[in-house]
Design a protein around this ligand. Structure first.
Ligand code: AVJ
Length: 319
């Protein structure tokens, strides 16, 4: 076997071991919870892409429209000669809107835990933007505090779209912003996409689509545990449960057991009573006051907040 293949294989083994540890810890906790990042295996990522096309799921197309309209403003605020740092590398349409507007970028630096995604992104962008320096960094962007020496130059502008920050609790979001401030520097800025508070029915529908794609996305975690951890979840005995908790301002998502049952995961047995849930996601919703407060606690201040005419989604420029 040649060296690159061996390296990929070793990465897979390490990933599987990390997944196993996280699942056993999460299923042993009470209430049970598995971190949202494990929803995104290959099938989960494809299902999330399908979610973004659903009529009920307005965030992706709304944020894209805001960015299309405001990319010139963003480029002006950023100024020439800066380095664009993207947290994650999965949102190529949105990225391209910024790259098209931000001429004279010193570099584009996507950060992603998946070497595969990173290489796909980098090679496509190098093909389509031959004059752009693409300098990918393979890391967990939630943890990363600094870029490798010599990455990019000029002021750094972070880009964290998709309301992915909404997966974090308020304290986690502030901790993330503080790390981002350290990474981006005092002269840096952050372009941050956030879903807004709105009619609860509209929020509910976005996570309970009539085609059942969001349910498939949630329940894919059971399939992943069955395949990767030799678990024996009967997927027909569990259901997707997503609802808006207005007191907390967040969508909460659970995989709920439909009956009393015992499941084996990685050689360990877990008993579920009917109605018991495994928490998989929060999706926090924001308003302008909350955005300002979170930004301030995270070491930023709000320079601009752009929204769509229906005020469904916001893109903030934090400095
Ligand atoms: C990728 C975290 C922004 O919270 O709307 C969509 C994930 N989960 N439908 C969101 C998600 C179910 C999504 N984020």
């Amino acid at each position: 076997m040649n060296a690159p293949l061996l390296a990929v294989h070793e990465a897979d083994v390490a990933d599987r071991e990390e997944f196993r540890r996280a699942v056993l810890k999460g299923l042993s906790a009470s209430p049970r919870a598995i971190p949202a990042k494990y929803l995104y295996d290959a099938r989960g990522s494809a299902l999330f892409d399908a979610i973004c096309e659903l009529p009920e799921y307005y965030p992706t197309r709304t944020e894209t429209a805001i960015l299309r309209q405001r990319s010139g403003d963003i480029a002006r605020l950023a100024g020439p000669g800066c380095t664009l740092v993207e947290y994650g590398s999965g949102s190529s349409v949105k990225t391209r809107l910024l790259l098209d507007a931000m001429r004279e970028l010193a570099a584009y630096v996507p950060i992603d835990i998946s070497r595969h995604h990173l290489e796909m992104t980098a090679s496509r962008l190098r093909r389509d933007y031959p004059r752009l320096t693409v300098d990918p960094v393979c890391a967990d962007y939630m943890e990363l505090q600094q870029l490798p020496q010599g990455t990019g130059s000029g002021p750094r502008v972070g880009f964290f779209p998709g309301s992915t920050i909404g997966n974090l609790t308020p304290d986690e979001a502030v901790a993330f912003l503080r790390r981002a401030r350290r990474l981006l520097g005092e002269t840096g800025a952050l372009v941050l996409g956030m879903d807004l508070k709105k009619d609860p029915q509209r929020l509910h529908d976005a996570y309970n689509d009539s085609a059942g794609v969001t349910a498939q996305f949630s329940l894919n975690l059971l399939r992943r545990m069955n395949r990767e951890l030799e678990a024996n979840f009967d997927r027909a005995s569990f259901a997707h449960d997503a609802f808006y908790n207005s007191a907390e301002g967040r969508i909460e998502i659970y995989i709920r057991s439909l009956r009393d049952q015992v499941v084996t995961v990685a050689g360990r047995r877990f008993a579920f009573v009917a109605g018991e849930g495994i928490h998989t996601e929060y999706s926090y919703k924001f308003d302008e006051v909350g955005i300002s407060r979170m930004a301030r606690r995270g070491g930023f201040s709000v320079r601009e907040i752009w929204t769509d005419p229906s005020r469904l989604f916001a893109v903030a420029y934090l400095v």
